[in-house]
Ligand binder design. Sequence first.
Ligand code: ZN
Length: 381
Amino acid sequence: MKQIKLKGKDIFDGQRLLGPGKVLTIDENGLVSGITDETEANEEVQELDGILCPGFVNTHCHLELSHMKGVIPEKTGLPAFLTQVMQSRHINADLQPTAIREAELAMWNAGIAAVGDISNGTATLHQKQQQRLYYHTFVECMGFVDAGASTRYNASLEVLQAFSAINGASHNSSIVPHAPYSVSRTLFDLLAATPGNTPVSIHNQECMAENELYQNKTGSLLSFYQTFGIDISGFNAPGSNSLEAYLPFFSHNRILLVHNTYSSSQDILYAQQQATETWWCLCPQANLYIEDRLPDINMLRSHGCNISLGTDSLASNHCLSVWEEIKTIRRHYPEIPLEELLKWGTSNGARALGISDTYGSFHKGARPGVVLINEESKRII
Ligand SMILES: [Zn+2]
């Protein structure tokens, strides 16, 4: 098979920037042969203007919300944002299939090769059957009233079965809790007891109100429940932050904690003492869109947290691009080396989703896709 030899201004191999003078060899199907010194690459080498990088891994997306681009105003805070999502999901619903297709194409063009995608229903099933991108589908389950737990769980299991049957049962999927403020104790128990269900994902500490609810049963989520007539009399505040209350349910699993905008140093230390393998997924552009605040990324770094990146949805972001998330982090945290950020967006994401054999790095035998980065990021293979 024909080998393609590519040289950029630099090559990021999934772990580090290798410096100039290296050549990536890859076949027509995108299978990596290896990286060599320029002097050893005796055949024709294509020179490209930018950094060569493995395809990005977007560890948190909601492709099914793509038709909601621009519908919800920015910087309202999470409880108001959620209220709007629930009230406006039906707007432009006829545009949903087209919006899903276009959003996936935009992800491909921006260099995303693999996606951890939250799904409440089966709206994205058709697109995922095309297998243009790799998906791990996180079927999201919610219900804050204990009495409804088994009904909600069984409905989500049906969605899970539909996804896991894609293309001869080769599609990876798991059933996951939405957030600490939207999942009852009984539902948490059902989800945690699901066999072979890994990785798990949860929206974690995306707003201050979530911690207030768990600490004292106070805060702005209470009026959210009131708006939707949700009876929370069965919820007893454990008196800790949310993470501490639910993380033990998922011991010996791998979990993606998404957002972490209000996670404290104490939360991180607690998580690191548990048997659970935790991944801290950051979606900075969505945090700015919804809460106008970023997580304390340097605190996460100083504790040595495993970090991955996500785009969240077009309901809370202007585009689905891991490179744009990296650029946003660089604007607010210019001291974080590019190499580290690229690692979060590639090999770390692949580890979080359990797909490191194929995605996130240029090791021999991998098929991660190739992205060219200059000002923009662009998928080239
Ligand atoms: Zn989300």
